[in-house]
Design a protein around this ligand. Structure first.
Ligand code: IPD
Length: 651
């Protein structure tokens, strides 16, 4: 850029600022139309907008290729990014609140920058008629006279200018208040001008020694920064880093030494980019990170960390609980609601210097994502397994039911076989029963005996039908299983019917067994009971064999038999005759004795006594040949002499 051009720009801007100053002066003491911008305390008046329009219009006419950054155009949505292009940076009224309230610290600010370097700076306070100006490398001037800053190096001897700006964010206000407090503890005083531009000009002319502001814009201090520097002041980022006009914060001190004393006292606020500010989620993740590293957020005092600012990351992080912001070299204690300036996640380091918070968030996010996916996969697998297990359980149940059905079929077969066997047994013993029945007509007529036979005959009759039924039932089950290709659960009705059938069969089987038992009892009684013809026959034959006269007469050994011929004896049943005699049940029976010498027919008569036991009337043996002149031997003769002894046996 030619020197000549710079002069042209400089002269032009001085002329325009002078004109604008007249407008500001006119509006200073009159009632103005006021509007708000970012919040209720961020004011704008019609004068701000009108002056900016005039300035930009005039400059554009003269320098149509130049770009413009203006406070009000920016508020209206125009681009406000400083590029390398020749750019005019304009604040029509810096100190609008002062202007509104009639406080005379108001200024028209115009800066001209090329390649992001400010070359010309003009700050004009039309109320006080203070015109501050500077061209890079040519010194600073107030109303045409050169100005110089104080050269103060001691904070303890300094008058510092502060600012609250427009933000009412509690964290920002806390940080700013804290900064004031930190400074006022050491400095002579703090002043607040309400105009960033004029504050810097006051440093430039030596009325104040330092100025710190967070939240001002490039148009507020682009021109005055150049003026202050040209007046010998040192300007930088409050962290001590080189000043960046776009970062909305600055520290200006009469000397570098003074700046170095102030910087560590400050709680920095980052305005670099809203999008780069840590969100609540980032803070939450940061705390998670802290928890991962140290269990809980450290309660290290912020002071401890701050002393380690402007050093390197390692030194800061050596102090447990401190975090380090790479871009501004600030070391601070991090908590959930930080009073320190927000630091972008890509700059913030905690516990380790090799990775910033963003990296950790990515790593943690990835690990978390992997864990989440793993958990989801595990849940899906478990669910699958659970489903498979449930299926297996159902299958096992079905198998068990199938087995049960098979068992039932087998049991039904067995029952059927048993019934068949029982019927066969009855058929086998039926002839014997009939024979016994013939022999024992009395028992034959007895209801129990008849019922036994009736039951067994019925059983015989029904066994074939049941066999068919059972087969039918079994077939049904098989058909059911195969056609439907699944085991059907029997309904309650079917189960009840089956149970009733089973009970019926059981009753029949029990009745059959009982009948058989009864039959056996009758047979055994017939065989072994004394009160039967056989019983009396056995007893009487023993008595005969024991009788000495019989032994002598017949000659031992003696054989007892129930039929006349010994060899033809097949059935060991004695002939008996049962009858009533005077109301007493009586019985006569006969059997045969064959000895070495003789044979004889034994006649026995018994009669039931009141105990229902047979007592002998007589036991007589009629010899085939006389023995000692006798044909009959009396083995037993009842002592009742009223009864005549039989002379011959009536058999
Ligand atoms: C404001 C003033 C104020 C400063 C703010 C600025 P404006 O400029 O310079 O002193 O603290 O940060 O925005 O809005 O009056 O032009």
């Amino acid at each position: 850029m030619l020197e000549h051009d710079i002069d042209v720009y400089y002269k032009t801007v001085l002329e325009l600022v002078s004109l604008a100053g007249k407008v500001v002066s006119q509006g200073f003491s009159v009632t103005k139309r006021i509007e708000t911008k970012s919040n209720t305390v961020d004011l704008v008046t019609e004068y701000d907008q009108r002056i900016e329009e005039i300035l930009i219009k005039q400059l554009r006419e003269k320098f149509p290729t130049h770009k413009f950054i203006g406070e009000e155009s920016s508020a209206a949505g125009h681009e406000a990014t400083l590029t390398d292009d020749p750019t005019w940076i304009i604040d029509p009224i810096d100190g609008t609140t002062n202007f509104v309230h009639g406080f005379p610290m108001v200024a028209i600010c115009v800066a001209f920058a090329i390649g992001k370097d400010v070359i010309i700076g003009v700050v004009f306070n039309p109320i006080l008629d203070h015109l501050y100006s500077a061209v890079r490398g040519k010194g600073a001037f107030k109303n045409g006279r050169p100005i110089q800053c104080s050269k103060q190096t001691e904070l303890g001897l300094s008058q510092v200018i502060g600012a609250y700006g427009y933000s009412r964010d509690p964290a920002v206000l806390d940080a700013k208040s804290k900064n004031q407090r930190m400074i006022i503890e050491k400095a002579h005083s703090i002043r607040m001008m309400g105009s960033a531009a004029l504050s810097l000009c006051l440093i430039a002319e030596g009325s104040c020694d330092a100025y710190v502001e967070y939240g001002a814009y490039i148009w507020d201090y682009a021109a005055s920064d150049l003026i202050a520097r040209e007046a010998g002041a040192y300007t930088c980022d409050p962290t001590g880093a080189p000043l960046d006009l776009s970062h909305r914060r600055m520290l200006c001190a009469a000397t570098k030494e003074l700046a170095a004393q102030i910087s560590p006292l400050l709680t920095h606020i980052d305005y670099v980019s809203d999008s780069k500010k840590p969100t609540i989620m980032n803070r939450f993740l940061f705390l998670t990170l802290i928890s991962v590293f140290v269990g809980l957020a450290s309660s290290v005092p912020d002071e401890t960390c701050r002393r380690l600012s402007n050093s390197d990351c390692e030194k800061c992080l050596k102090e447990s609980g401190c975090a380090f912001c790479q871009n501004n070299k600030q070391c601070f204690a991090y908590d959930l609601y930080p009073t320190h300036p927000p630091c972008s996640t890509s700059e913030l380091k905690f516990k380790t210097c090799f990775a910033d918070l963003q990296t950790w968030l990515i790593v943690l996010g990835s690990v978390g994502g992997v864990i989440l996916i793993a958990i989801i996969v595990i849940i899906i697998c478990c669910r699958k397994k659970c489903i498979q297990r449930a299926r297996r359980r159902d299958q096992a149940k079905e198998d068990a039911y199938g087995r049960k059905l098979d068992e039932r079929r087998v049991e039904a077969g067995i029952r059927s076989e048993e019934r068949k066997q029982a019927a066969d047994n009855i058929q086998m013993i039926l002839p014997s029963i009939c024979f016994v029945a013939k022999q024992c007509q009395h028992q034959w007529r007895s209801p129990l005996f008849r019922s036994v036979l009736v039951i067994n005959q019925r059983q015989l009759a029904t066994s074939t039908k049941q066999k068919k039924d059972s087969k039918k039932q079994d077939n049904n089950v098989v058909v059911q299983s195969t056609t439907e290709n699944q085991i059907e659960v029997a309904t309650f009705k079917e189960k009840a019917q089956q149970a009733a059938k089973d009970t019926g069969y059981s009753v029949i089987v029990i009745a059959g067994v009982a009948a058989l038992g009864g039959l056996c009892y009758l047979m055994l009684r017939e065989l072994y009971s004394r009160e039967t013809p056989n019983g009396i026959y056995k007893e009487a034959s023993k008595m005969c064999l024991a009788n000495t006269e019989v032994q002598d007469a017949l000659g031992t050994p003696i054989m007892v038999h129930t039929t006349p011929q010994v060899g033809s004896m097949r059935i060991n049943n004695v002939r008996a005759k049962v009858f009533d005699e005077k109301g007493h049940r009586s019985m006569t029976l006969a059997f045969y004795l064959t000895g070495k010498e003789r044979s004889g027919v034994v006649g026995v008569k018994v009669q039931k006594n009141i105990s229902n036991k047979f007592v002998y009337d007589y036991i007589l043996v009629q010899l085939d040949r006389p023995w000692r002149g006798r044909n009959i031997i009396q083995v037993h003769q009842n002592l009742d002499t009223s009864k005549p002894a039989p002379q011959a046996l009536d058999l």
